[in-house]
Design a protein. Structure first.
Length: 240
């Protein structure tokens, strides 16, 4: 890699330029004194390594880490099998009440076991990233729309209308108890809406995969402020 090439002074274009077990060394010059016709003084045989290339590489790595900083989540993320181990009937049936102002704010006490503290274990899973869009298209897009804006073909006859997943506040559902609430919704549907139960057609892994996909719809800026949005949702819940 770039940093290794800078430190050990090898040609990175050639595979295997750094043999296994090789030790980094500085570039050496003959110690025979001043070359004929040169006005330069004799050297000691070793050219000091400039720290500048290493510093540039470190700064570049830091920039990459900043750009790829994960969205805010600090909670246990049990394996999908642990989610599936909870019987579907033990997940609460969410009731749509007072519109979108409160539907997302199920009290944690109603959730099964410790699930109110869980995060989605597939939030950054590569396989889930591939499967999520396909599952969404098959089971969700007809009402929620291709981009999750709640404008799918079925939205015209849905009362209340499908939720718009691109709303920034929806990013708050990434924080507990949001993942468990969404899992319950996918599993058992939402009472009082056209949202049907998918527990019989989707495995636990598939439910978590489609949830991970829709949780990216609010956009990166909202996702990086998921804790602040979660606080907003909790405050809204407490007012009702």
């Amino acid at each position: 890699d770039i940093v290794s090439c800078v430190v050990v002074d090898v040609d990175c274009r050639e595979p295997g330029a750094v043999p296994s077990g090789a030790r980094p060394r500085a570039r050496s010059l003959p110690s025979a004194g001043t070359a004929p016709g040169s006005r330069l003084p004799a050297h000691s045989g070793t050219v000091p390594r400039s720290p500048l290339p290493i510093l540039v590489a470190v700064l570049a790595l830091g920039a990459i880490l900043v750009v790829r900083a994960p969205a805010q989540q600090s909670c246990p993320a049990p394996r999908p099998s642990q989610w599936s181990a909870v019987r579907d009937t033990l997940w609460p049936l969410i009731v749509h009440r007072d519109g979108d102002a409160t539907w997302a704010h199920l009290e944690p006490a109603a959730l099964s076991g410790q699930s109110a503290t869980w995060c989605n274990p597939l939030a950054a899973d590569a396989s889930a990233r591939s499967a999520g869009p396909l599952l969404y298209t098959q089971y969700c897009a007809s009402c929620h729309g291709d981009e999750g804006r709640g404008d799918g073909p079925g939205a015209a006859v849905a009362d209340p209308p499908p939720y718009d997943f691109t709303r920034p506040e929806f990013a708050g559902m990434r924080e507990p108890p949001g993942p468990a609430v969404l899992y319950a919704m996918v599993t058992r549907g939402i009472d009082g809406t056209t949202m049907r139960a998918l527990g019989e057609v989707l495995s636990g892994w598939e439910r978590l995969a489609v949830i991970a996909y829709i949780m990216e719809m609010p956009g990166r800026a909202a996702m990086q402020n998921s804790r602040a949005w979660a606080d907003t949702l909790r405050a809204r819940r407490d007012r009702h």
